[in-house]
Design a protein around this ligand. Structure first.
Ligand code: SF4
Ligand code: SF4
Length: 313
């Protein structure tokens, strides 16, 4: 998606050691075309800044703080029962976010900040002195959602010989996908489900475009490294028959590396802070035993399978 404001980024993590080789900087870009019901970064799904509210941090009940309510120019926040309540319908188009600015306790905080490409490069150059054989990883949200900004930054990285990695759902126009990949050294692309109907049920979109993009990339002259990824969800995509489908697809496309990620509920708090109910709040965390069984299925077919952060670089 094109904007004239640069790129919206909801987090930048230095010293990241799980998103590519070495220690690196991971940049989380806002916006995603999917709506995975298990999403661990719900604050990054929209291409707009969002307010998160932590009731635990709020001092309203303890000390009578009402700073956010007083600061709001639209009177969108009222206090009742010792808690500020925001009428989100009144916030549409506000953009001032005076409420979050007024909260000294970070009980009400704003996620996301717009960066110019050069401004982000300055952050990467600063971090670069601390990388050990590292680089930058673009994550999200889905970084492809802000393709023009991403390309702008990637071209600058290439000029400065910065190693680039991407974590993506791969849901984009094929031409855009391939263009972005031409500036990427290492790509993690998700396969959430091989059945398009089941894919759509849990993510909001079918899988045809994703599988096509993976196939096209694997047969293109691109010389980066492609590692597929499955976020393993019990009872959804962890069955042996489904894993065999993934293996068939990988073999057909000459792909031999996969990273399986255990489901976790670490995003629950953020769903609550956004005022949303987490659909996977009762889903059990991934079992080590199950992941090992899945790993064996891949290994048996000569596919390197890494569990969680055990990827070999
Ligand atoms: S986002 Fe704007 S309108 Fe909404 S509560 Fe904050 S200051 Fe008020
Ligand atoms: S300003 Fe912050 S701490 Fe004070 S009432 Fe609002 S959210 Fe709570």
């Amino acid at each position: 998606m094109k904007t004239d404001k640069g790129g919206l980024i909801f987090d930048i993590q230095g010293f990241s050691v799980h998103d590519g080789p070495g220690s690196r900087t991971t940049v989380f870009l806002s916006g995603c075309p999917l709506r995975c019901r298990w999403c661990a970064n719900p604050e990054g799904r929209e291409l707009r800044r969002q307010l998160l509210f932590s009731a635990q941090k709020c001092l309203c009940e303890k000390s009578g703080c009402q700073r956010c309510a007083t600061a709001c120019p639209r009177g969108a926040i009222t206090v009742s029962g010792g808690m500020p309540k925001r009428d989100a319908s009144m916030c549409k188009g506000c953009g001032s976010f005076e409420c979050a600015r007024a909260c000294y306790h970070e009980a009400l905080r704003l996620s996301g900040r717009w960066y110019e490409a050069e401004e982000l490069m300055q952050v990467l150059r600063r971090d670069r002195q601390f990388w050990s054989a590292g680089g930058v990883t673009f994550s999200g949200g889905d970084p492809l959602f802000q393709k023009d900004f991403l390309l702008d930054v990637l071209k600058r990285c290439r000029k400065e010989a910065i190693h680039t990695a991407i974590e993506t759902a791969g849901y984009a126009e094929t031409a855009d996908f391939l263009e972005v990949m031409s500036y990427i050294d290492l790509a993690f692309v998700d396969i959430k489900h091989m059945d398009s109907g089941l894919h759509k049920r849990e993510t909001g979109v079918g899988n045809e475009r994703i599988l096509q993009n993976i196939s096209r990339l694997s047969t293109s002259p691109w010389n980066g490294r492609l590692i597929l990824r499955i976020p393993v969800i019990e009872g959804y995509n962890d069955g042996a028959e489904h894993i065999r489908e993934v293996i068939r697809f990988m073999k057909m496309n000459g792909l031999f590396e996969i990273n399986i990620l255990p489901f976790h509920r670490m995003g629950t708090t953020k769903w609550t802070q956004l005022g949303l109910e987490y659909p996977y709040g009762r889903q059990p965390p991934g079992s080590e035993q199950k992941l090992k069984e899945i790993q064996q299925l891949f290994l048996f077919c000569d596919i390197a399978c890494y569990i969680g952060s055990e990827v070999v670089y």
